[in-house]
Design a protein around this ligand. Structure first.
Ligand SMILES: Nc1ncnc2c1ncn2[C@@H]1O[C@H](COP(=O)(O)OP(=O)(O)OP(=O)(O)O)[C@@H](O)[C@H]1O
Length: 262
């Protein structure tokens, strides 16, 4: 599975996106290195999801550059970016609810094997039984790393939202990303579940060396687990800094925390 990562990680620079007359992003940048959790926050409509879409290739920018470990992604499709190690989850849970936790995670492993790259093509030539064994082995590793082993044979539809969020994370991890984009991963979780989820993310980053870029509205989770935080406001960069710097920034309080915490 994943070696502890090195390299520059994901970097977006000077990104501009317009929707008709609306400038959704105006010279925005973000950097998510491996081995770190990076937060991307801002009030509603600040441009967070649009920036995620630019990074994963779902939205073409008018201007700006996105690189993964120094390689320019401009000409790469979303699926090519995924194969290069850029994973993503979405705000809405998109799991196979009639399948077990293990089957969902194995689906993630298979999705990577079926993608085109020389190594996975070699894998496909392995016999059916050898291939199944390998998929099961990789799924076991991910189930272990995400603490989902006890739930492996449960049908996903019977799980709580918090457990479902973990399954979603595990399925994304099964694709062996170097950098993982998480869109509001704590959505639908209660405060205790959210704290547990945050702990799990920190453990994954420490044990696997992946980098996480996270859009999240739960400020206590962001301030607790992020090593570095980028703040957007009305499509422009407002500031970037540590949790303490963000917490104590009058600009952020005025633009965001003030409204959220009020
Ligand atoms: N496809 C689109 N067409 C037109 N306008 C869009 C489109 N997508 C986003 N926008 C606009 O661009 C701006 C940024 O939206 P975006 O969804 O990126 O913000 P956000 O920070 O993710 O917001 P939220 O926290 O509410 O999810 C908003 O004004 C939004 O209405």
């Amino acid at each position: 599975m994943t070696e502890l990562s090195s390299g520059d990680g994901l970097r977006a620079e000077d990104v501009v996106v317009r929707f008709g007359g609306l400038t959704a992003l105006d010279g925005v940048g973000v950097h998510a290195p491996p081995g770190r959790i990076t937060g991307l926050i801002g009030p509603n409509g600040a441009g967070k999801t649009t920036l995620f879409n630019v990074c994963s290739g779902l939205q073409a920018p008018v201007r700006g550059k996105v690189t993964l470990d120094g390689e320019d992604l401009a000409r790469h499709s979303p699926s090519r970016r995924a194969r290069m190690g850029l994973g993503r989850t979405f705000q809405r849970l998109e799991l196979f609810s009639t399948m077990t936790v293990r089957e969902n995670v194995e689906f993630g492993v298979e999705a990577r094997w079926l993608s085109w790259d020389p190594v996975s093509q070699l894998g496909l030539r392995a016999s059916g039984r050898a291939r199944r064994r390998q998929i099961r082995h990789e799924a076991d590793e991910v189930l272990h790393a995400t603490g989902l082993e006890p739930l492996a044979d449960r049908v996903v539809g019977s799980l709580s939202t918090g457990q479902g969020r973990l399954v979603e994370l595990a399925r994304a991890m099964a694709r062996n990303p170097r950098i993982l984009l998480l869109d509001e991963p704590s959505s639908g979780l209660d405060p205790a579940e959210s704290r547990d989820f945050g702990r799990q993310l920190r453990e994954l980053v420490a044990s696997r060396g992946i980098g996480i870029l996270m859009v999240e509205h739960d400020m206590s989770l962001v301030l607790e687990i992020c090593d570095w935080i980028f703040v957007l406001d009305f499509g422009k960069p407002l500031m970037a800094g540590t949790a303490d710097e963000v917490r104590n920034s009058p600009d952020v309080q005025a633009a965001y925390l003030g409204k959220e915490a009020a």
